[in-house]
Design a protein around this ligand. Structure first.
Ligand code: PLP
Length: 464
């Protein structure tokens, strides 16, 4: 029996019938006729009907060099001819070994050990358990160090441990009873500051709360978990210069581990290969995922210092082992893709491209700074958040049932651009290697989409 390939309509019907999409209100989604992506070409996505879209969010923040990149494709094919998967539990593989060495070479000094997993969430989950166990097993144990410090609006993944150290109300509130308690201090960003503060005085308050956290709880903290420089999922919140540095100083002073979650910011997005570099910070544990494989295959790593690793050594009977590991950990195909991606960073001078693109983005989006419905354009490197509001003064959000951010991305889609909002924050996160011309087109179509949608809203809400 031969079966013919399903038609686009069949695919759409089956998608609606059987597929439960992540972070997606399914009832609305089914009405939407979302593109079904069949192919990629460079920085374009092509759907089953042949429509072409610019990939404006790097296929959710992970693509680096584009799609169907000959060098990465070849590296995966070559590995495929050797073996697709073999376990890291008690065995090893050449690509996983080579990649560990390369990661140690390119990440901040002091990180010398690589623990693989397969997603950002699992890389954070591993970091939390390692930190917790470390304090119990280190030369002078401090088992009372059990609390994790986090920032408001933090996002570290969707598994229960990583949700526990997250604090995005909309995603996390529902699971409150399942989560372990944390010490959460306000994120140092000022747009929605409390009424009794100015933007500046609120930032000072955030710094004061940071110091206070260590004075009051410094001896009970296991680790401080932070997205360095930019909190992605909270709406591309950009921290003030020096904040990360201050967190590093305090964690060091109080014997608290610093876990840098570079899952989103890592691999070039902020202008350096890793965001920690910009404040000369060496974390104790670092989580990488999303961009690690060039955005090709699920792969993640938790990097650790010798000091942490050594606390897990001892005779097997002492049970100091890190009892944790996922089946597809360190998958050789994914590691081969990651090695090829690191080669391309050098060969194509991707970081220089990020710098010139960041300038182009700032130039294009400067048109929005006076737009009556744009509260703020936030940018760090090639990570951009455009926050839309009903009014700038007084600062008033759009009613959430308008789904304004969603309206904008649907309008952008009609203009051949795929983006995805976080509430009413329009996120642009083109791949670090995207050519400037396409980056400019992304900005212009996004502005056009924002202007169209806002004009419609203004017409509807005009008094009669
Ligand atoms: C996306 C993200 C994660 C989770 O990664 P997954 O691969 O989706 O599990 C963790 N931390 C940060 C900062 C992220 O942006």
């Amino acid at each position: 029996m031969t079966t013919s390939a399903p038609t686009p309509q069949q695919l759409r019907d089956w998608d609606n019938e059987h597929v439960w999409h992540p972070f997606t209100p399914m009832q609305a989604f089914r009405q939407e006729q979302a593109p079904i992506i069949a192919r990629g070409e460079g920085f374009d996505l092509i759907d089953v009907e042949g429509n072409r879209y610019l990939d404006g969010v790097s296929s959710l923040w992970c693509n680096v060099h584009g799609h169907c990149v000959p060098e990465i494709d070849a590296a995966i094919r070559q590995q495929l001819d050797c073996i697709a998967h073999t376990t890291m539990l008690g065995l090893s593989s050449p690509p996983a070994i080579e990649l560990a060495k390369r990661l140690v070479d390119v990440t901040p000094a002091g990180l010398t050990k690589v623990f693989y997993s397969d997603s950002g969430s699992t890389s954070v989950e591993a970091a939390l358990k390692i930190a917790y166990q470390y304090h119990q097993q280190k030369p002078s144990p401090e088992p009372q160090r059990k609390t994790f410090a986090t920032l408001s609006g933090a996002y570290h993944g969707d598994t229960i441990g990583s949700v526990s150290v997250g604090s995005i109300d909309l995603f996390h509130r529902l699971y409150g009873d399942l989560l372990f308690p944390t010490a959460t201090i306000p994120s140092p960003v000022g747009l929605w500051h409390p009424a009794e503060h100015s933007r500046e005085s609120y930032l000072e308050e955030c710094y004061a709360k940071l110091e206070q956290l260590f004075v009051e709880q410094g001896d009970r903290l296991a680790a401080f978990v932070i997205e360095p420089l930019v909190q992605g999922a909270a709406g591309i919140l950009v921290h003030p210069e020096g904040y990360l540095r201050r967190v590093r100083e305090l964690t060091k002073q109080y014997g608290v581990l610093l876990i840098a979650d570079e899952v989103a910011v890592g691999f070039g997005r902020t202008g350096t290969l890793f965001a920690c570099e910009q404040e000369n910070v060496q974390p104790d544990l670092m989580c990488v995922a999303k961009g690690i494989s060039g955005g090709y295959l699920p792969l993640a790593a938790t990097l650790a210092t010798d000091e942490i690793f050594n606390a897990f050594l001892g005779a097997p009977s002492e049970c100091r082992t890190f009892f944790h590991g996922h089946t597809y950990t360190g998958n050789p195909l994914a590691c081969a893709a990651a090695l090829a991606s690191l080669d391309l960073f050098q060969k194509n001078n991707v970081l220089a491209n990020v710098h010139s693109n960041a300038k182009a983005i700032a130039e294009e989006l400067s048109r929005l700074t006076s737009h009556p419905h744009v509260a703020e354009v936030r940018q760090r490197g090639m990570m951009v958040g455009i926050e839309l509001v009903q009014s700038r003064d007084p600062l008033t959000p759009f009613p959430s049932e308008l789904r304004l951010g969603h309206q904008v991305i649907i309008e952008a889609r009609k203009r051949g651009v795929i983006i995805r909002p976080l509430g009413d924050v329009i996120v642009l996160m083109p791949a670090p290697a995207m050519p400037e011309e396409q980056v400019r087109r992304l900005c212009r179509e996004t502005i056009a989409a924002i202007e169209t949608v806002c004009r419609n809203v203004d017409v509807v809400s005009q008094p009669h």
